[in-house]
Ligand binder design. Structure first.
Ligand code: AMP
Ligand code: MG
Length: 424
C-alpha cells in the first residue's frame, strides 16, 4: 500500500494546468490570471476633489484664518461627473463636490468646515450658491486634490500573470473598464455514483435503498474549490452500467466515481479502470479512505483529440469520499487551475481526546478545533464511523495521526488539517 504522499504525487503527475480563456470579471473569482493587465487610462482620469468644499487659487488664501477670513467671489459649482465650464480668476472660487474634476485655474480645495459656508445657507444665488465665501485657512497648493493617475497611470502594468483573482482584483479590473480577462479555465469534473442501493434525491426511497449523497457532497466540493461539476448520475454495480455512464463524461477534465472500489464482490470501478485505461493504484495507507483507486481513462477532448483523463475512484462511504476529496482531488483541481499553493492549511493544536492507531495507517480524525487564548484545542466530533456524514458537519478540521504513531494522549500536540476557518 502506498502512502498519502506517494498517492498525491502520482495523481498530480497525471494532472496538467489547463489553458486560458476570456472570462467575465465576475465569473473568475479564485481563478489565475494568464495575462499581464495594462491600463489604457489614468485612474482617476483627471485631478479631482478629495473633499466637498471650494476650489480656489491657493495664493488667494495667504494669511487667511478664522479671525481674518479671505473672501472670494463664488462663480459656479461643479459636481462629480461634470466639468466646470468656468475657469478661476484671481479672487474667485467654485463650489466643488468630492470626485468632481478640479476647474481650470484652481490648485487647491478648501473643505466646507474651513469656510463660512454654514453662515451663508439661505443667502444664495439661485438655490445653492452664496455670492461669496469666507476662507478660514491658508491653503497650500495641492490641498485636498487627488491627482490624475494617482491610483493607476496610463500604460502601467496593474495586475501580473499568475495573480489569483479576489474581489479587489475584480474591482481594479472594473476601474480600468475591463469587462473580461484571460484566466486559466475552470476544470469540468464529471461525477458518477456507483451502487445498486442508490436512489437519486428526486425520487421516493424504496425499502432497502439509500439516497445518493456522495454525488452532492462531491459536486459541492468541486464547486467550493473552483471546478465545474458535471453530474453523471448513478451507475449500477456492473461494468456495463459504469462504462455506459462514464462515457457521458469523457470530455471532462477529470472523472470521479464514488463506491465500487472496496474489496467486495462489486468492486467494479477497479475493473473498469483496468480495462478502459490504466490503473496506477487502488489503495492508500490511510484511514478513512484506504480503498482509493487512481488511474487514467482514454477519452476525447471537446475538440475531438484523444487523451487520458485522470480518474479518481473515491470510496463509497460518505465520509471517506469527502476526506479523500480534500486530500487528493482538491490539490488536483487547484493544479489544473494554475494554483501554486496546493496544500490545505495545517495548524498545531492540543488534542483533548486520546486516539489509538493500531493498523499502521495515517488517521484523519474529524475534530472540532477552537482557539482559546493563543492556543488551538481540538476534540473529536464523536463516533468516527465512515458512514456518519453528520460528523463532517460538526468538524472544522482533521487531526492527522502519523502511520507509526500508535497512541496519542489527551494533552498531546497534534497537526490539524483545517477544513474551514470560521471567517469563510
Ligand atoms: P462501496 O465503496 O461501494 O462498498 O460503498 C461503501 C458504503 O458507502 C456502502 O455502505 C454504500 O452504501 C455507501 N455508499 C456508496 N455510495 C454512496 C453514495 N453515493 N451515497 C451514499 N452512500 C453511499
Ligand atoms: Mg458499492
Amino acid at each position: 500500500m502506498i502512502s498519502v504522499e506517494q498517492a498525491l504525487e502520482k495523481i498530480l503527475a497525471h494532472v496538467e494546468v489547463l489553458e486560458g480563456e476570456q472570462s467575465p470579471i465576475l465569473g473568475c473569482l479564485g481563478q489565475v490570471l494568464v495575462e499581464d493587465v495594462y491600463s489604457s487610462i489614468d485612474v482617476p482620469p483627471l485631478d479631482n476633489a478629495a473633499m466637498d468644499g471650494y476650489a480656489l487659487r491657493s495664493r488667494d488664501t495667504r494669511g487667511a484664518s478664522r479671525q481674518s477670513p479671505r473672501f472670494l467671489r463664488v462663480i459656479g459649482m461643479v459636481a462629480a461627473g461634470s466639468i466646470s465650464e468656468r475657469a478661476l480668476e484671481p479672487g474667485t472660487a467654485i463650489r466643488i463636490m468630492t470626485g468632481a474634476p478640479i476647474p481650470k485655474g484652481a490648485d487647491s480645495v478648501v473643505r466646507f468646515e474651513d469656510t463660512d459656508e454654514v453662515l451663508r445657507r439661505g443667502s444664495s444665488i439661485g438655490q445653492q450658491l452664496p455670492a461669496e465665501i469666507g476662507i478660514f485657512c491658508d491653503a497650500e497648493a495641492g490641498l485636498n486634490i487627488r491627482r490624475a493617475g494617482e491610483d493607476i497611470t496610463k500604460g502601467s502594468i496593474v495586475l501580473t500573470k499568475g495573480v489569483v483573482i479576489r474581489p479587489s482584483e475584480v474591482g481594479v479590473l472594473a476601474s480600468l473598464g475591463r469587462s473580461t480577462v484571460m484566466v486559466i479555465r475552470r476544470p469540468v469534473v464529471a461525477i458518477l455514483a456507483t451502487g445498486d442501493e442508490l436512489v437519486d434525491i428526486n425520487q421516493p426511497l424504496p425499502l432497502g435503498k439509500i439516497y445518493d449523497s456522495n454525488t452532492y457532497s462531491v459536486a459541492a466540493l468541486v464547486m467550493r474549490y473552483g471546478g465545474i461539476p458535471r453530474i453523471l448520475g448513478i451507475a449500477l454495480d456492473s461494468e456495463d452500467s459504469v462504462v455506459a455512464r462514464l462515457h457521458q463524461g469523457l470530455d471532462a477534465d477529470m472523472l470521479i466515481t464514488t463506491g465500487g472500489v472496496s474489496a467486495g464482490d462489486y468492486d467494479v470501478v477497479k475493473d473498469v479502470l483496468v480495462k478502459q485505461g490504466k490503473i496506477a493504484f487502488w489503495s492508500v495507507r490511510m484511514k478513512p479512505g484506504k480503498p482509493l483507486a487512481f488511474g487514467t481513462i482514454r477519452g476525447v477532448s471537446k475538440a475531438g483529440i484523444a487523451r487520458n483523463i485522470p480518474h479518481l475512484g473515491l470510496p463509497g462511504n460518505p465520509v471517506s469520499s469527502m476526506i479523500t476529496f480534500e486530500l487528493f482531488v482538491r490539490p488536483a483541481i487547484l493544479k489544473m487551475m494554475g494554483k501554486k499553493n496546493l496544500a490545505k492549511p495545517t495548524i498545531e493544536a492540543v488534542i483533548e481526546d486520546p486516539i489509538v492507531n493500531n493498523d499502521g495507517r495515517r488517521i484523519l480524525a474529524r475534530a472540532v478545533v477552537e482557539k482559546r487564548g493563543s492556543q488551538y484545542f481540538a476534540r473529536l466530533t464523536g463516533p468516527q464511523g465512515s458512514g456518519i456524514l453528520t460528523s463532517m458537519t460538526l468538524a472544522n478540521g482533521l487531526v492527522i495521526i502519523p502511520e507509526d504513531k500508535e497512541r496519542v494522549k489527551a494533552g498531546d500536540v497534534v497537526q490539524i488539517m483545517m477544513l474551514d476557518w470560521s471567517e469563510e
